[in-house]
Ligand binder design. Structure first.
Ligand SMILES: Cc1ncc(COP(=O)(O)O)c(C=O)c1O
Length: 386
């Protein structure tokens, strides 16, 4: 199957991966990675092997599998272009955001800026701080977009901006470079919810620094549910007073020498508290290897090609595209609607044709990944009412 405007070598790699790693593609036209990524075959196999090893050997299996923790941390570091020491494993995005919210030194009257329309995971942790006298200021989106000028005025006197890299509803991608600069110039901490971007789009946290970046791995990173990552910029690491501390968050050497006065771990592992989500981490390692085999740039080019292809044809057929069409604002998400048909009706028509999408904010959301093809976009068009 042809997938369109990407380099022929990438095209061949993607087709080989589709056949070898994504059994889901034989059952469905799966276009819902913004909700949940299917596990690649190698990821599912690693998890099954881990389960068998722990079933048969108990604690003795740890020696084989514990190495996955450092290897996966290094792979995430490579993907984000940061040091492994800046990364903590979490169970999901929310936990990462809550660690930041609960551990920063807030003062009554401090202002946090966020966006009306953010996924609630990136709102509740900040609203909870109102109990401590912190104010939450919302920026409104205009026509599905977050305007820099609106952010700029909302950031007056603020201490933190909590924002998604990519909006879950319509796929709007912020200009991370501009937002990073804006926050740095104003001395505002930048906390990025990156779950709808990491795995789909390239990111370089050296080139576009943020203070905090949290994401779960079960969407675009194609890992199991229950594992996520929190990046903490080393320049603010000591600012956070971890609200939750535990035996793996401190420097300790062996099980015979617990003295209860070990200092916090020097690295971001200080936020990890206790036993890590090993099943998810071992799965994430394999999924990251697969994604890095192709590379973030070719994956992003492929996704933009597919969503662009679909968007143009939807517009020709009288559908409205709710996602931004400007290349720099786009992502792996495309949301659309029809003036005479409800989103539920469109969604049902797709399901009838074994196409898995989602309904979000009054539209149908389509979110392909590296193994999807232009032919599958044609199938979406064929399944939709004219
Ligand atoms: C922007 C965004 N943040 C967070 C989440 C999920 O948060 P968590 O990983 O804590 O379940 C989602 C989607 O489920 C999302 O779209």
């Amino acid at each position: 199957m042809r997938s369109g405007g990407v380099a022929p070598t990438t095209e061949a790699t993607l087709q080989a991966l589709r056949a070898a790693e994504f059994p889901v593609a034989g059952q469905y036209i799966y276009l819902n990675h913004a909700a949940l990524g299917p596990l690649p075959r190698r990821t599912a196999d690693a998890i099954a092997e881990l389960a068998q090893d722990f079933r048969d050997r108990g604690v003795l299996a740890e020696a084989k599998w514990f190495g996955a923790i450092a290897r996966t941390r290094a792979l995430v570091a490579q993907l984000l272009n940061v040091s492994p020491d800046d990364l903590a494993f979490t169970k999901n995005t929310s936990q990462g955001l809550n660690i930041v919210a609960a551990s920063l030194p807030w003062r009554p009257g401090d202002v946090i800026v966020t966006v009306r329309g953010e996924f609630p995971a990136n709102v509740y942790p900040w609203l909870a701080l109102q109990q401590r006298g912190v104010q939450v200021r919302f920026v409104k989106m205009r026509h599905g977009q977050i305007c820099l000028a609106d952010l700029e005025s909302a950031l007056q006197g603020a201490r933190l901006l909590a924002i998604s890299w990519v909006q879950y509803s319509n796929g709007f991608r912020i200009d991370l470079e501009a937002v990073s600069r804006l926050c740095a110039q104003r001395g505002v901490w930048l906390c990025l919810d990156a779950i709808q971007g990491v795995g789909a789009l390239p990111i370089d946290l050296q080139a576009t620094p943020v203070d905090f970046c949290a994401f779960g791995a079960h969407k675009w990173l194609l890992a199991p549910q229950g594992v996520g990552v929190l990046y903490v910029n080393p320049r603010v690491r000591d600012l956070l007073q971890p609200a939750n501390v535990g035996w793996l968050g401190v420097e300790w050497r062996d099980y015979t020498a617990f003295d209860y006065d070990s200092p916090l771990s020097a690295s971001a592992a200080r936020y990890e508290e206790g036993t890590r989500p090993l099943v998810g981490i071992a799965g994430l390692e394999q999924s990251l290897r697969l994604l890095l085999e192709v590379g973030p740039e070719p994956i992003a080019a492929h996704l933009l090609d597919l969503t662009d292809y679909l968007a143009q044809r939807l517009l020709e057929r009288g559908y409205s595209v709710l996602s931004p069409l400007e290349p720099r604002q786009r992502s792996g998400i495309l949301t659309f609607c029809h003036a005479q048909r409800s989103a539920q009706e469109l969604f049902a028509a797709l399901r009838q044709a074994r196409i898995v999408g989602a309904v979000r904010e009054g539209g149908v959301r389509i979110s392909p990944h590296l193994y999807n093809t232009r032919e599958e976009m044609d199938a979406v068009l064929a399944a939709l009412p004219v």
